[in-house]
Design a protein around this ligand. Structure first.
Ligand code: UD1
Length: 338
């Protein structure tokens, strides 16, 4: 089976490509390299034992995309390629809508024209906004996300639902909670551009001295220690869920047209708990200060991942500390490269 992985050199994409290779899928990557580097492809090959076919272009270039479909018989797609910086999406909403939606539509047009099924969409728990109750299951009401980035994820899901029904094609919408960590080989991980916005890359850079101090955005939330609570899921566990979701889509017996899964651990951790777990796991100190809340942040979000366990036989089983240990190994690896 040959799978197109868009954004396959990105953070979650690269880990998923490795899992696909290890499960004997042929992989074709299209990635415009806007948030990756060439050495990631070399490292995928080192871990996966095989070099995926790679095309460096932007999916908005329809003619190039068509040529890939002409050249290879593609059986499915995992679509990661998208801009993902929440803050930047507020400054450049048109860029986000154009890139994230047109890229998706262009791949779907090829799928429709060539009558291919099996499409997996990289979605986010951001589609739930501030949910009324926790944990969040797949039937939780979707609320308007705060950011343009979040809206592109919600719109992407709507496009896919219409597409699946109109053309009778199977799709899977995977809603990630907060992905963290790096590959156990320390050869793959997140490459934050500039100052990281997300918690774990900021913690990691602070521990290594690149940043002076972590700012904890608010300790007056209604949570046990006052800091906000999220569901941090290890990226390799998350990558494995993609293979399971793909296998389910490809299973002839599976009749559902639209699969939706929350991918999280089911356990919430506060910002302070993450800092402490990082310090314990890696025996390093993370200096921090308490600051005002960050605009747009929600108090608490964690998954009810039971549906994924029931239907995919998948469960996130890596501990927070273990995931944070891999992050630190990756940081050390990156420093040897500079
Ligand atoms: C954000 C996005 C979400 C996206 C996800 C990707 C919003 C509202 N949501 O989630 O759509 O899918 O990133 O991983 O932006 N924190 C600090 N100090 C920091 C950084 C973060 O205290 O320097 C806190 C935040 O206030 C939050 C928690 O850490 O409580 C997690 O933040 P972050 O990693 O940015 O993820 P989310 O905001 O949950």
């Amino acid at each position: 089976m040959t799978i197109l992985v868009t954004g396959g050199l990105g953070y979650i994409g690269s880990h998923t490509v490795v899992e696909l290779l290890q499960n004997n899928f042929q992989v074709i990557i299209v990635d415009d390299m806007s948030n990756s580097e060439k050495f990631i492809l070399d490292n995928i090959e080192k871990i996966g034992g095989k070099r995926p076919v790679f095309f460096p272009f932007d999916l908005r270039r329809k003619e190039l995309l068509s040529q890939v479909f002409d050249a290879y018989e593609i059986d499915g797609c995992i679509h990661f390629a998208a801009y993902k910086a929440v803050g930047e999406s507020q400054e450049k909403p048109l860029d986000y809508y154009e890139n994230n939606l047109f890229s998706l539509i262009n791949v779907l047009q090829e799928f429709k024209a060539r009558n291919i099924s099996n499409f997996i969409f990289s979605s986010s728990c951001t589609v739930y906004g501030q949910a009324d109750k926790q944990p969040i299951d797949e039937n939780t009401l979707l609320k308007m996300p705060e950011s343009s980035y979040g809206k592109t994820k919600q719109m992407g899901e709507e496009i896919l639902k219409d597409y699946a029904i109109a053309y009778q094609k199977k799709v899977s919408l995977l809603r990630y909670f907060n992905p963290i960590g790096s590959h156990p080989t320390a050869l793959l991980g997140e490459l934050p551009i500039g100052v990281p916005n997300n918690l774990v890359p900021y913690v990691t850079q602070t521990a290594s001295g690149i940043r002076e101090k972590l700012s904890i955005w608010g300790n007056d939330y209604e949570t046990p220690d006052g800091t906000a609570v999220r569901d941090y899921i290890y990226v390799v566990d998350l990558a494995k869920a993609h293979v399971k979701a793909l296998q389910k889509l490809m299973n002839e017996k599976s009749e559902t047209l639209i699969d939706v899964y929350n991918l999280g651990t089911g356990k919430g951790s506060s910002v302070l708990e993450v800092v402490e777990a990082f310090e314990t796991a890696n025996e390093v100190k993370v200096p921090y200060q308490i600051c005002e809340r960050r605009a747009g942040d929600i108090t608490i979000a964690y998954a009810n991942p039971d549906k994924a366990e029931r239907e995919l036989g998948w469960k996130a089983d890596t501990s927070l500390e273990e995931a944070l240990r891999t992050t630190w190994e990756w940081q050390k690896y990156l420093q040897t490269k500079n």
